[in-house]
Write a protein that binds this ligand. Sequence first.
Ligand SMILES: C[S@@+](CC[C@H](N)C(=O)[O-])C[C@H]1O[C@@H](n2cnc3c(N)ncnc32)[C@H](O)[C@@H]1O
Length: 364
Amino acid sequence: MNVGSIRESVSPHNELVVVTANELARAFAEDVRSGLSASPKRINSKYLYDERGDALFRQITRTSEYYLTNCESEILEVSAEAILRSFGVDDPFDVVELGPGDGSKTDYFLEATVRLQPQARYIPVDIAESALRDLADHLCARHPTLRVEPRWGDYTQALQELRESPDRPELVLFLGSSIGNYTDDQAAQLLASLCAGMSPCDALLVGFDLRKHPSIIHDAYNDRLGLTREFNLNLLRRINRELGGRFALDGFDHFETYDPVAGVATSYLVSLQDQEVWIEALDSTYRFRRWELVHTEISRKYSLDEIEAIAKRAGLRVSRRFFDQRSFFVDVLMQPESPNPAAESMVPLPHERSPAGYPWAENF
Ligand SMILES: C[S@@+](CC[C@H](N)C(=O)[O-])C[C@H]1O[C@@H](n2cnc3c(N)ncnc32)[C@H](O)[C@@H]1O
């Protein structure tokens, strides 16, 4: 997939560089085909974020149960300047953000960025077009002097292209514990592929949700308002709308479970009855047994040792950690070990099998 085949002017500084909608639609169709043909069935969590999914996620972040956003906002509000000074602000640099969503937390960070280095550039990369547009509009109004270059697409693809212009130091943000949507092997692989393109003055800031009382984690994915349920079921709505699916939404439910030993919260859709569903764009019918599960997302929770281990496998060293007051969440600043043999040896590994226990997790 290429990033950058269509350009639309958003503002004099803010250009939305996008992939062709056809490429994303094709990838969606192919991923749904392979996911629903697999056993157990699965749908990749990156497809949760169409316009409605993105709006639902924003509502989830405002629920009392979903502590992650507040914790990381607190970290960024308190520590943005310290993070930036640890990275180095003397020369103009780029802030590349992977999956910023509506970027509300990044606002604190960009405020400090503009203050400390007026020539900094911000490059958000997200697969959700609507979120990216809202973000660009918002930043244009809020930070009119900031150069913003949004890229619409899959960040695992876009990274290749971003790496081709290493003329300025780069700080890559991967916030919200989005890394927790990957197994540890995949997370190490993703960080290693980021690390492989980094120069010694580049850095990564990665948000990790920490292990805590299992009930707190369990509740975060089972909000009382049922928004997480709607968010998960929206995947079927999206398949209906974009691929001509015939899912009856009342034939499925949302189920979330947290395994405190593995530190993994897992989301499923549950088929409430034996049913067959036709998907026009795939020219196929899929059979679901009563109580059959469709895996949609994992959200990994980490100990500090587990974070160190993943960083090490990726050829990165942890240079600083920033916690919220309750130590529920940590933003970790990482830099390449040099020399960096781990990163070299881990990239690319597109064929690597998912670890036992999470056969549904896909490699990127
Ligand atoms: C859990 S939200 C996090 C948003 C924000 N970073 C935060 O901390 O609140 C994940 C975001 O990453 C985006 N995303 C997920 N997978 C992606 C992928 N493979 N490529 C690009 N964006 C992706 C989604 O569209 C969504 O905006």
